[in-house]
Every structure is written in C-alpha cells, then in structure tokens.
Design a binder for this molecule. Structure first.
Ligand code: DON
Length: 302
C-alpha cells in the first residue's frame, strides 16, 4: 500500500520540476540536475519504502537547522536558545534582514538564517564540527554523511548576506561568540551531504520522540524533540509554512539543496529530494509528493 502510493506520488510529481529552478545564489547548487526526484518513507514498524532518486547525495542546507536546534537545546538549554531568538513564523524570506534593523528586534525563529546563525553562535563554543558530523550520522542512521567541500567553498565565497546578518546580530548583542567562527560552523552544517534515505531516518527518529529506531538508544530528549517538531510545523517551510500546514499538515523542514524532512508523529519519517525550487526556496515537486502522500495515506495532523 505505502509503496504503491509512494511510487505513484513520485511519478505524478515529476513533471512539476519544470516549474522550478535549482538555487543559483550558491553556484555549486545550480549545477545539480533539477529533474532528480526521490522520496523515502521509514515507518515505526520497520518498513522501508523508496521511489526515485533516494540514494543520490545532495546538500542538506537549511534542514541542518533542525539538527543544530536540537543539539543546542540539549547542550545549551531552552532558556539560552530562546532568550533572543523567537518562536514565531517570520512571514518573510529565509534570508531576510530588514526587520532585524528595528530597535529591539531579534530573529523570529531558529529556522530562518538569522535565527540559525544565532543558535549556532551558542552551540559552536560547546561542540566541534567533527562531533556534530558524527552525531548527525547517528541521528540519520547514515555513516556516509560527509562535508561536501565544493558546496562549502562555494557558499563561503558567496557569504556576504549571511555575514551582514551575523554582524548585525553581533551589534545587537544577539551573537555573543566569534562571528567568523560561527559563520564557518553554520556553512559547514549547511554543506553536509545527505540522501532522501538519511532524511527519512532522521524523520523516524523524531517521530519516535528521539530514540534511534536501529539501536533503541535515546539520542534526544522528549522535550527537545517536541520543541523541534513544533517549530518545524510553524516555521519549517519559511513563508510558505501556513499554506503547507493547511495543504499537507505534516511538520517538515526544507532546504535549498532540494531536500524536505517530514515527521509523521509516532508513525513515520519521510525524506524527499527534488532540487527544483519555488520562489520561496522549497522543492516544487517535493511539496507535491508530500501533498499526495498526505491525502492518500491520511497523514494530516488534523
Ligand atoms: O544560508 C543559506 O542561505 C543556505 N546555506 C541555506 C538556506 C536554505 O536552505 C533555505 N531553504 N530553503
């Protein structure tokens, strides 16, 4: 049943890739073939279902914000993380900085660039990138996840906007550690290479409240996972989060590499790869796959 629906969803959504473009502001990402489409479902009863390009590696990009937020909640605590970063959808583009200029304002949430850079500034003094990489491999049950050096250098060469955001945040006292080290950490996390399968693995771990489905080991606390899933629901698809919540109703997080991580609480993790993006930076075909799955498998939270 799940396999049939998944195969149909991918086949029906493939043509939608023509409606989008790969991200161009990170040159290395623009080289990816926009016609890739893969979707993977891992269920809590041990089922593994795949359709399309689920083993192709791609750049995790903003989906790493979920991992950084989770680890920051574990290592720094809720009060520190949310002292100067909000929990509200921004309604603006993921890399917006206009509102940050206003006196007393701070990043709306940890899923936009400003919020994630702030969170990384609390995290970076406490954990090395290598340990983050090792932990990400465990969370995703994918020992092959690595840093894509080409994407890392490409993004570091086009970092002006995030650098401007970071220095503005330092000026406002939101960032309290070294700005350049924070940016390096942020870009490294965005440059991890994953597959749709890795994202399904992470989704299943979150669906199960933080316990690794393969080993039974608790990797994240229930409180951390609850916060992360809630923020994914309200802010995970940027300024498309409201429409996505109505149409799909599954806590999800997108990245400009074309990935979408989705969590159907207690039931399944879903990983998508479709690098053709809409104007908001979300995978066009990927969203269609999720709409299809939500309808056919009754996955909407309401
Ligand atoms: O900082 C950036 O702009 C990218 N490294 C990540 C942005 C992103 O993935 C937004 N996603 N839709």
């Amino acid at each position: 049943m799940i396999q049939t629906v998944l195969t149909q969803a991918v086949a029906a959504s493939r043509p939608a890739a023509e409606l989008g473009q790969t991200a161009s502001y990170i040159p290395e990402l623009s080289k990816v073939d926009k016609h890739h489409l893969g979707a993977c479902v891992f269920t809590s009863d041990g089922g593994r279902y795949s359709a399309g390009d689920t083993k192709v590696r791609f750049s995790i990009q903003s989906i790493s914000k979920v991992i950084s937020l989770a680890v920051a909640l574990e290592l720094c605590g809720f009060e520190t993380v949310f002292a100067q970063v909000g929990m509200e959808p921004s309604g603006d583009a993921f890399n917006a900085m206009g509102k940050l200029e206003a006196a007393g304002s701070s990043p709306s949430n940890p899923m936009i660039n400003a919020g994630a850079i702030a969170v990384d500034s609390y995290l970076e003094p406490k954990i090395s990138f290598d340990r983050m990489l090792a932990f990400t491999r465990k969370l995703c049950m994918d020992p092959e996840i690595g840093l894509d050096e080409k994407v890392y250098h490409s993004e570091m060469s086009n970092i002006s906007r995030n650098r401007a955001i970071a220095y503005l945040l330092e000026n406002k006292g939101v960032i309290r550690s070294d700005v350049e080290r924070t940016l390096d950490f942020y870009v490294r996390m965005c440059s991890l290479s994953v597959t749709a399968e890795s994202l399904a693995g992470l989704g299943l771990l979150l669906a199960g409240g933080g316990i690794c489905p393969a080993t039974g080991e608790r990797l994240l606390s229930p409180d951390t996972v609850r916060v992360v899933k809630t923020i994914m629901l309200t802010c995970g698809m940027y300024d498309g989060s409201g429409t996505f919540a109505v149409q799909v109703g599954i806590p999800s997080k997108s990245g400009v590499g074309g990935g979408i991580l989705s969590v159907v609480d207690r039931r399944m993790g879903i990983g998508i790869f479709g690098p053709a993006l809409d104007g908001k930076g979300n995978s066009v075909a990927g969203e269609r796959v999720l709409r299809h799955l939500s309808q056919q498998l009754h996955l909407h939270i309401f």
